[in-house]
Design a protein around this ligand. Structure first.
Ligand code: FMN
Ligand code: COI
Length: 330
């Protein structure tokens, strides 16, 4: 891949402490397995917001898939569908959501609420009409993160011929995605009012924000630091998860992303109370290397790895994974 795009996909904000920290935090955790639990007939199926999935591993929203592979987001969606899971389509997708929906698998739509409410409402309706089954509102981006690799490379825009296709307005012009520093909880309420879709907020790290999310009628929270691309120095997501799960108290599902690379990482996240996990960069790497088949194989491999380590840890179903199975390494 073009090294500039490679840096865009792989990189994070600032010194990339949080990017590294997401991975390092899993390194500090160990599994305390149970034995003699007859784990022969394992079942990883997971239901989220009424959608049945073959696995608790979903595709995180990531921008600009046409920079990774000529099949773009459509190829990613085909791979996710073949693996029996959902893809969260980024608002910064380089293909129209209607075409991505043609892949046939379950889709959720990720939104950066725009200051232009009429445009935001039209985009939500568009995603809904395309068949997206949930709205994922990214709330960790009141301003854009400072990504030093992109600054060094002078990467500011998509190359000619590519565009954020879902940012076209009714004149056909592609708008720039604006990060809105004025965004507040009132906008979440407004979104709840304009859509019947389940609304998730993505980018929760503080337990008090998790409580506020529940209080504002949100349907799910995603514990995320945006893969270390926004606030460098933010807590690792697997370290933030337990307090968020406690604050939510089982009222709505809690999902997590950031640094999930192996079945053991998924196992630890589920044991700490996540209903499901999302994977970002590894899916982009798989797309770049192998298109739709690469994405399918990656998701299947990760799911098979989870299945294998669940057997070794003494669990048949995600629900049997409990916090006592995780210890902090000495
Ligand atoms: C190249 C790239 C683009 C991303 N684009 C978006 C985006 O458009 N919207 C969003 O909410 N998150 C975006 N994210 C963050 C991911 O949804 C997710 O939080 C993160 O990648 C998870 O960490 P992981 O890459 O370690 O799995 C992006 C991440 C990457 C790596
Ligand atoms: C280009 C942005 C809108 C998406 C992105 O890179 C991100 O959210 O991390």
């Amino acid at each position: 891949m073009n090294p500039v795009y490679d840096d865009f996909f792989a990189g994070g904000a600032g010194e990339e402490r949080t990017l590294r920290g997401n991975l390092a935090a899993y390194d500090r955790l160990r599994i305390v397995p149970r034995v003699l639990r007859a784990t022969g007939d394992r079942d990883l199926r997971t239901t989220l917001f009424g959608t049945d999935l073959a696995t608790p591993v979903l595709v995180a929203p990531t921008a600009f898939h046409l920079l990774a592979h000529p099949g773009g987001e459509v190829a990613t969606a085909r791979g996710a569908a073949a693996a029996g899971t959902a893809m969260v389509v980024s608002m910064a997708a380089t293909q129209p959501v209607e075409r991505i929906a043609g892949a046939g698998g379950p889709l959720w739509f990720q939104l950066y609420p725009q200051p232009d409410l009429a445009f935001t409402a039209a985009l939500v309706k568009r995603a809904e009409a395309a068949g997206c089954r949930a709205l994922v509102v990214t709330v960790d981006s009141p301003v854009f993160g400072r990504r030093e690799r992109d600054l060094r490379n002078g990467f500011t825009d998509l190359p000619d011929g590519l565009a954020c296709e879902n940012m076209r307005d009714d004149t056909g012009r592609v708008r720039n995605i604006e990060m809105d520093p004025a965004l507040g909880w009132d906008r979440i309420g407004w979104l709840r009012g304009i859509t019947g879709l389940p609304v998730l907020v993505k980018g929760i790290l503080h337990p008090q924000d998790a409580r506020l999310a529940v209080g504002h009628g949100v349907d799910g929270v995603i514990v995320s630091n945006h893969g270390g691309r926004q606030l460098d120095g933010a807590i690792a997501t697997i370290d933030a998860l337990p307090a968020v799960v406690e604050a939510v108290g089982g009222r709505i599902p809690v999902l997590v992303d950031g640094g999930i690379r192996r079945g053991t990482d998924v196992l630890i996240a589920l044991a700490r109370g996540a209903a499901a996990v999302l994977v970002g960069r590894p899916v982009l790497d798989a797309l770049a290397r192998g298109g739709a088949d690469g994405v399918r194989d990656h998701l299947r491999t990760l799911t098979a790895d989870l299945d294998h380590v669940m057997a070794l840890a003494g669990a048949k179903r995600p629900a049997e994974l409990t916090p006592d199975l995780v210890a902090v390494a000495g």
